[in-house]
Design a protein around this ligand. Structure first.
Ligand code: PLP
Length: 396
C-alpha cells in the first residue's frame, strides 16, 4: 500500500462537493415530480429546476432563460455545433474550429464535413494559442460558426476568446466556446466575451456526472438534436434530469462564491509544482502557455521517460495523474493536441498531465515532486540500460 494517495487528475473529473450531493438527494426521493406535470409535484420540481438554471446563469452572466440543461459537455458541444450548422446549412455551410479542440467538438465537425459542410481547422502556435488573425483570414461569407475552446483540457492553454468573438461578430458569424475546463476556475461573463453559445459540464466543477448546460444567446438559430418533447424551450427534448440539474446549480453557486479564492490557491500550488519540476528534472518541457493557462494545469514532456511507465510508477506511489486527454484515457488513441503544438511522436509519448484541484495541498505537491523525480530517474536509467545492452549486443 502506498504511504498516501494523491489525486491530481481533476481535469478528468472532480469529486462531487458534499453540499452538491446533499442538495440533490431530496430531488431523487421527495420532490420527484416531472417538471412538465401541472400538479403540485410537477410544479415543485419545475420551481427547483428553474432556480438551478438561475444559479448556472449567474456563474456565466446570462439571463436564466438562456441556459439549456444537457447531459454534459459532450452533448452541449454537439448541440451547439450541429444545432447551429443545421439551422444555417442552406446559406452558411462553413464552420471554423481549432486543431486542439476536444473530440466532442472535432467529431461533430467531422460528421458535418461528411454531410457536405466545409470545415476549416485552424492551427495553433507552440503554446497552443489560436491566432485571432487566423480566424479573421478563415472567415467566409458563408461561415455559420466559429468554435474555439476557452481552455484546453490537455495543456491548459486559455484562448483569446474575446478577441476571436469580436472578429467573428464583425462579420455576423456566431461564436461557440467549450468552457468545460474553464468554468469554475476562470471568471466567465458571456456578455463581455461576446459568445453566442458556451458549453459547461457538471463533473468538471465538483458537480454530478452526466449533466451539463449550454448557454444559448436569445435569437441564436439552433435546431434541437434530441427530438421528442418540448422541454428546455424546445431546444432539448427529454424529461430533465432534475437531481442532476439541481447539483449543477449548486456546483455553480459554490464555484461563483469561491472564484476570488479558489483559482488563486490553485495557481500558487501549480506554480510551485511547475517551477520545482523544471528545476529538478533535466530535459523537461512544459506543455502549454506559461501564463495563459488553467490555474490547476501542469503538463510536461520528460525526455526518455514514456508516460505509461510514469503513470504506473506514480500509481504505485498512490498518485493519480494522466497522459493528457481526460476522456481518451484508456484508449490507445494518441493525443492530437501535443503534435499540434509541435511535439514529436516521442515527446507526445512522454507527456504527463498533473491537474490540481480543491483538495490538493502543499504536501501533496511535495509528495508528487519527490515521486515524479524518482520515477523519471528510474525510467531513464532502465532505458539507458536497454540501450547499453543493445549496443553491446550489436558489437558482439
Ligand atoms: N470538452 C472538454 C474540453 C473536456 O475536457 C471534456 C471532458 O473531458 C468534454 C468536453 C466532455 O465533457 P463530458 O465528460 O461532460 O461529456
Amino acid at each position: 500500500m502506498p504511504a498516501r494517495r494523491v489525486y491530481m487528475d481533476y481535469a478528468a473529473t472532480t469529486p462531487m462537493d458534499r453540499r452538491v450531493w446533499e442538495s440533490m438527494a431530496p430531488f431523487a426521493t421527495e420532490t420527484f415530480g416531472n417538471p412538465s406535470s401541472l400538479h403540485q409535484f410537477g410544479r415543485d420540481a419545475r420551481l427547483a429546476l428553474d432556480q438551478a438554471r438561475g444559479k448556472v446563469a449567474r456563474l456565466i452572466g446570462c439571463p436564466d432563460d438562456e441556459v439549456v440543461f444537457t447531459s454534459g459537455g459532450t452533448e452541449s458541444d454537439n448541440l451547439a455545433i450541429r444545432g447551429v450548422a443545421l439551422a444555417r446549412r442552406e446559406t452558411h455551410p462553413h464552420i471554423i474550429t481549432s486543431a486542439i479542440e476536444h473530440h466532442a467538438v472535432l467529431e461533430p465537425c467531422h460528421f458535418l464535413e461528411k454531410q457536405g459542410f466545409k470545415v476549416t481547422i485552424l492551427p495553433v502556435d507552440g503554446y497552443g494559442l489560436v491566432d485571432p488573425q487566423d480566424v479573421a483570414d478563415a472567415l467566409l461569407p458563408e461561415t455559420a460558426l466559429v468554435s474555439v475552446m476557452m481552455a484546453n483540457n490537455e495543456i491548459g492553454t486559455i484562448q483569446p476568446i474575446r478577441e476571436i468573438a469580436a472578429i467573428a461578430k464583425e462579420k455576423d458569424v456566431l461564436v461557440h466556446t467549450d468552457a468545460v475546463q474553464a468554468c469554475g476556475v476562470v471568471s466567465i461573463d458571456v456578455q463581455d466575451l461576446g459568445v453566442d453559445l458556451l458549453s459547461i459540464s457538471g463533473h468538471k466543477l465538483y458537480g454530478p456526472k452526466g449533466v451539463g448546460a449550454l448557454y444559448v444567446r436569445k435569437g441564436t438559430p439552433l435546431v434541437a438534436q434530441n427530438l421528442g418533447g418540448d422541454q428546455e424551450r424546445k431546444k432539448r427534448g427529454g424529461t430533465e434530469n432534475v437531481p442532476g440539474a439541481i447539483g449543477l446549480g449548486t456546483a455553480c453557486e459554490i464555484a461563483l462564491d469561491a472564484l476570488d479564492e479558489h483559482p488563486a490557491n490553485l495557481e500558487k500550488l501549480r506554480d510551485s509544482l511547475i517551477a520545482e519540476v523544471l528545476d529538478r528534472i533535466s530535459d523537461t518541457k512544459l506543455n502549454g502557455h506559461p501564463n495563459h493557462r488553467l490555474p490547476g494545469n501542469a503538463s510536461f514532456t520528460f525526455a526518455g521517460a514514456d508516460n505509461q511507465s510514469l503513470l504506473i510508477n506514480l500509481d504505485l506511489a498512490g498518485i493519480a495523474a494522466s497522459n493528457g486527454s481526460a476522456c481518451a484515457s484508456g484508449s490507445p488513441q494518441p493525443s492530437h493536441v501535443l503534435p499540434a503544438i509541435g511535439r514529436t511522436v516521442e515527446e507526445t509519448r512522454n507527456a504527463l498531465r498533473l491537474s490540481l484541484g480543491k483538495e490538493n495541498t502543499e504536501d501533496d505537491v511535495e509528495y508528487v515532486i519527490e515521486h515524479l523525480c524518482r520515477a523519471v530517474e528510474k525510467i531513464r536509467g532502465a532505458e539507458k540500460k536497454i540501450t547499453d545492452l543493445e549496443m553491446l549486443g550489436g558489437e558482439a
